[in-house]
Design a protein around this ligand. Structure first.
Ligand code: LLP
Length: 437
């Protein structure tokens, strides 16, 4: 079991995060509870800045908000000097309400609605990342009717895939994201963009997938982007001032995963970018990367309370927790693996193989299959590690379960950053039409 960030085992044999005893946190805030380690979030931001800026003169680290976004998270990202990637009106609104500087936003998405585009232009979003031809046309029209000059970068699908689950691969030709390099689709879009009176072409974006530990895949994408940038410069006189290579930096969930430092990614990416630029005799563009999971993933832990257990002799022992696929759909969706511990008995040493299952009405609602834990009983607390990314942000109200609370812990202080939903919150938007009485 790997303890991340400020995690410790305290003298009562309880899991402690950010100087807070998880048993006390569970008592005070209830379970399931997302616990976010502020120190680790901030440290991860700094490690990315440090790793990339020590290798390259002009960098911009953009936090991919889809991993975990709340108004408090926006504040921390801003304080750490990171830019922000949003993919919807909702994420944009979260950033706006938290007072985030709009010029530091990259607005992504493969199907931005006219309303979202108008909202972005009105708020003065720094860059729109154009994803397809229909969108580019619509963006040009809206910018012109609002009389706005808008910086744009173009998302390209470079035809490269990271070695990851197919649902989170994005760089391949057959992808819903981005303009393919294939058949000059991206090239022709930029040619058109250069004639626009309201859109300013600033550069290129690509994102090859998520949870990628193969640094060579990033290098390959970088090289293909620079090669394309050379063509744009020499054939269209369209200089790429921003080269955004997306996110996807893999993290450690279990011993099956590599444990990579931002420096491993930075070294490989910056050296490929530099050498390709030299090869084509191009000046250094601003280099942008968009880590999401790496910033928030290991900084999050979910604490659950054990309810019933069910032993099927010689088959399996189930341990049921008070959450599941509604607060963490990743195991059901991607067969994602996690580590866990008994938060109120961290030093318990006799082990038993169990399967941690949630409370949703789905056989697939299994959080961890076959994990060795000290024997657990009703009332014990299970901590699942590395749930900071794509858990809260992907949570649902399936089975009308209220979404859990999230607390931010640091140096013995625990502050609520997302209130637990009540049953009234669950029915808040329900309406009984008059005719139903
Ligand atoms: N930039 C773009 C354009 C993206 O599409 C993504 C993720 C990122 C950055 C951040 O990627 P990261 O560094 O977090 O890997 N729900 C899936 C992950 C989907 C990622 C979607 N795009 C999961 O739970 O694994």
């Amino acid at each position: 079991m790997k303890l991340h960030g400020t995690m410790k085992i305290n003298p009562s044999s309880h899991l402690e995060i950010g100087g807070c005893d998880c048993v006390e946190l569970a008592k005070k805030f209830g379970t399931p509870l997302y616990i976010m380690d502020e120190e680790l979030i901030r440290k991860n931001c700094r490690r990315f800045i440090e790793a990339f800026s020590s290798n390259y003169p002009d960098i911009e680290i953009v936090y991919a908000g889809k991993a975990f976004l709340t108004t408090a998270m926006v504040k921390m990202i801003d304080q750490e000097g990171l830019s922000l990637d949003v993919v919807s009106g909702g994420e944009l609104y979260t950033a706006f309400k938290a007072g985030y500087p709009m010029e530091k936003i990259y607005f992504h998405g493969n199907n931005k609605t006219p309303e979202e585009i108008e909202m972005a232009l009105k708020l003065g979003v720094g860059h729109i990342v154009a994803d397809n031809a229909t969108e580019l046309e619509m963006l040009d029209y809206i910018a012109s009717s609002m009389n706005v000059m808008q910086n744009v970068i173009l998302r390209v699908s470079p035809g490269i895939t990271g070695n990851t689950h197919q649902y989170i691969q994005t760089g391949q030709l057959d992808s819903k994201f981005g303009f393919p390099l294939y058949q000059d689709s991206a090239y022709n879009a930029i040619k058109g963009l250069m004639c626009s009176e309201n859109l300013i072409f600033q550069g290129l974006h690509c994102h090859i997938g998520s949870q990628i530990s193969d640094v060579a895949a990033f290098s390959l994408a970088a090289r293909s982007m620079v090669q394309f940038a050379a063509r744009l410069k020499y054939e269209l006189d369209a200089p790429v001032k921003i080269l955004n290579l997306g996110g996807g930096f893999g993290i450690y969930y279990t011993e099956e995963d590599a444990q990579l430092d931002p420096a491993n990614f930075a070294d490989s990416i910056t050296s490929s970018v530099r050498s390709s630029l030299e090869e084509y005799n191009l000046p250094l563009p601003r280099l942008v990367v968009e880590p999401g999971r790496y910033i928030a993933g290991n900084a999050g832990t979910t604490v659950y309370t054990v309810g019933s257990t069910k032993d099927i002799p010689s088959v399996r022992k189930f341990v049921f927790v008070d959450g599941g696929m509604a607060d963490n759909p990743r195991p059901a969706l991607y067969n994602a693996k996690y580590q866990a511990a008994v938060a109120n008995r961290m030093n318990g040493n006799s082990h038993e193989k169990v399967t941690l299952a949630g409370k949703c009405c789905e056989s697939g609602d299994i959080l961890i299959k076959d994990i060795e834990l000290p024997p657990v009983c009703q009332g014990d607390l299970i901590a699942i590690f590395s749930t900071g990314a794509y858990n809260y942000s992907m949570a649902s109200n399936y089975n009308r379960l209220p979404k859990p609370a999230a607390v931010l812990v640091n140096k013995g202080k625990a502050d609520l950053i997302v209130r637990r939903e009540s049953y009234d919150d669950v029915i808040r938007n329900d309406i009984i039409p008059e005719r139903l009485g």
